[in-house]
Design a protein around this ligand. Structure first.
Ligand code: DGL
Length: 237
């Protein structure tokens, strides 16, 4: 049996990560689990979300995945510790808001947009404490309902949420926007309409590089000529 790399998110968001993974690791085979049955993740109770993530991982483990990419900032910032405790033999790679990337690039006024749960997470607070320097300001914006509107393809709702979310930051001289949810790269154009001429950064490349590093380190790189991706939706299981 081919060894697969498991990847999961509440829905389409993780596809923004999968795209980069396939670019960096064209010989790997991926199994993408879209957990639309439990979407959205970003407004769930913490313990409920942990149980949901256990289910997603159980499925991917049962399918033979030894490496699992949590292609969701919410699931990573809230559940990663518990996942690593429970599944000791699995190599996990998570997705966190690219606060370090923004900070290392020396941007002064950094706006992070993410789900309400990611904004509240301890892990996000740690990322800020470890990376943000004295000369930098960070603004955290919890975008309630945004991932859900993207999932549904509801452009009007997306525009409404963005307008409300950015209202108080128009005069803050924002230098960079960190897309702290894997659904948000799909609405880059809408974000840039609302906040023009501001660079947008996300964590996809960092995740892909880390997956590659882990595969090399653990001698798990695929020897196939060509990889592929399989998709499964939790509603259909
Ligand atoms: N795409 C996920 C994230 O990065 C989850 C969005 C949601 O389901 O609320 O946070």
């Amino acid at each position: 049996m081919k060894r697969m790399i498991g990847i999961f998110d509440s829905g389409i968001g993780g596809l923004s990560i999968l795209e980069k993974l396939r670019e960096f690791l064209p010989k790997e085979t991926f199994l993408y689990y879209a957990d639309t049955k439990n979407s959205p993740y970003g407004n769930k109770d913490k313990n409920e979300l942990i149980k949901i993530c256990f289910k997603a991982v159980d499925y991917l483990v049962q399918e033979g995945c030894k490496v699992i990419v949590v292609a969701c900032n919410t699931a990573t910032t809230i559940c990663m510790k518990r996942l690593k405790e429970k599944y000791k033999d699995i190599i996990f790679i998570g997705t966190v808001p690219a606060i370090k990337v923004a900070s290392d690039a020396k941007y002064k006024n950094i706006l992070v947009m993410a789900t309400p749960l990611t904004i509240k997470a301890m892990r996000t607070k740690e990322l800020i404490k470890d990376n943000i320097k004295n000369f930098q300001n960070i603004y955290l914006v919890g975008c309630e309902g945004l991932a859900e509107a993207i999932e549904k393809g509801n452009v009007q709702e997306v525009q409404k949420i963005l307008k409300n979310s950015f209202k108080e930051y128009k005069d803050k001289n924002i230098d960079v926007i960190v897309l702290g949810c894997t659904h948000y790269p799909f609405i880059k154009n809408e974000i840039s309409k609302e906040m023009p001429n501001i660079p947008l950064i996300d964590g996809a490349e960092g995740v892909a590089k880390e997956v590659k590093r882990q595969l090399e380190k653990n001698n798990l790189l695929s020897k196939e000529q060509e990889g592929t991706a399989y998709f499964v939706n939790s509603k259909m299981l």
